[in-house]
Design a protein around this ligand. Structure first.
Ligand code: ATP
Ligand code: MG
Length: 350
């Protein structure tokens, strides 16, 4: 019996071909192209070296990698076919969490690119002196470049500061430079200090050539004057939460700040969206964190969870979003699914 199953197995080269075809379909490339000579040779060598006994009985189609590839192909197709409508008015998201390194920038950047690719007009405002969102979106932001600092401190209109991102023709960015680090101090004596960004955005909405459907404001990891400006300017707060033990710690402080802003300067501000990031399905702790967050924020937490995946971390070093760096990867598809979910969900007041 075992012998006959072994006999019916695909040869390794055929299985590799099938795997390549699945990946090509995901990337919309022609399937079954003849391989360059070099690749054929190296595949042959690989074939010779492998022991047949190492192959799973069901052949490569049943291997976890093949399953993941075909699942990703299906999800990518769904994402491509998904239709979303423009919001009736501009949705302004502040992406905030005073905890560092939880995926604020990664989420702002990739959600923005995903929505822009779906035909939405998107503006990203980099409000972090680190300038990570500017880097990931391929935007110049060395000292000397006019940035969000000039809008906040010197009232320069955003229309004079925006740069087009190579990521999508529908995506523009107001960059940040290290100059922004001094803005907190410079804003402090001003009477309208927490309204500076709101005023700049309002002017932009009245004067921009094409009104944005979505604005994402990428905040620094603090609850200082910059983040207060972002909360005052936004219609919604999006909190990325990393799936780890201390996930919910600090959220109380964040909610207190949001409530204070609601009472003082922006009564309409909604904590609409929580996005779980860097999820690793192999650990029980990650699953427990997901359940915990969902039980605290049942309406705000997105169904889509972003997996921990190396491509997501590599993409910024190529000045790219993961969506343009490795579109058929689990991380890229998850961000596209999250963007569609956000577009369809609308605002839920939290
Ligand atoms: P900061 O508070 O410093 O602004 P942040 O909250 O904006 O940080 P990111 O910069 O988006 O967080 O992410 C922190 C690090 O984790 C980065 O190196 C990023 O590339 C990496 N990272 C983010 N999301 C993922 C993911 N899903 N898989 C793997 N690495 C990730
Ligand atoms: Mg960041």
């Amino acid at each position: 019996m075992r012998r006959s199953l072994l006999k019916r197995r695909q040869p390794l080269s055929a299985a590799l071909g099938t795997l390549m075809d699945v990946k090509k379909q995901a990337l919309n490339l022609p399937v079954g192209n003849p391989k360059p000579k070099k690749l054929i040779e190296s595949t042959r060598k690989f074939h010779v070296k492998q022991s047949d006994d190492l192959l799973p009985l069901g052949g490569f189609q049943d291997a976890p990698l093949a399953q993941e590839l075909s699942e990703n192909t299906r999800r990518l197709q769904n994402v491509r076919n998904a239709l979303i409508e423009r919001p009736s008015s501009t949705r302004i998201f502040t992406v905030a969490n005073q905890k560092g390194g939880v995926g604020k920038t990664t989420s702002a950047v990739n959600l923005a690119v995903a929505l822009a690719e779906k035909g939405m007009n998107v503006l990203v405002i980099d409000l972090d002196p680190q300038g990570n969102a500017s880097t990931a979106l391929g935007i110049e932001h060395h000292i000397g470049v006019e940035s969000i600092y000039n809008a906040l401190v010197h009232n320069i209109p955003l229309t004079d500061l925006i740069q087009k991102s190579p990521e999508s023709e529908n995506l523009v960015v107001v960059p940040s430079t290290l100059m922004l680090a001094s803005a907190e101090m410079e804003l402090y004596p001003l009477q309208d200090k927490e309204y500076r960004l709101k005023n700049a955005i309002n002017l932009y909405l009245q004067t921009a050539e094409s009104t944005p459907d979505y604005i994402f404001i990428d905040c620094p990891p603090s609850l200082g004057q910059l983040t207060v400006n972002a909360f005052t300017a936004a219609t919604e707060v999006l909190i990325p939460i990393q799936c780890e033990y201390y996930a919910l710690e600090g959220l109380t402080q964040l909610k207190v700040t949001i409530d204070t802003i609601r009472n003082r300067s922006n009564p309409e501000l909604a904590l609409s969206t929580i996005l779980l990031t860097m999820y690793d399905s192999r650990t029980k702790l990650n699953m427990a964190v997901v359940e915990d967050v969902r039980s605290h924020f049942p309406t705000q937490t997105l169904q889509t969870v972003i997996p921990r995946q190396i491509g997501v971390a590599e993409a910024p070093s190529y000045s790219k979003s993961v969506i343009n760096y490795d579109r058929s990867s689990n991380g890229a598809i998850s961000y596209m699914e999250a963007a569609i979910e956000i577009a369809r969900k609308g605002i839920n007041h939290g």
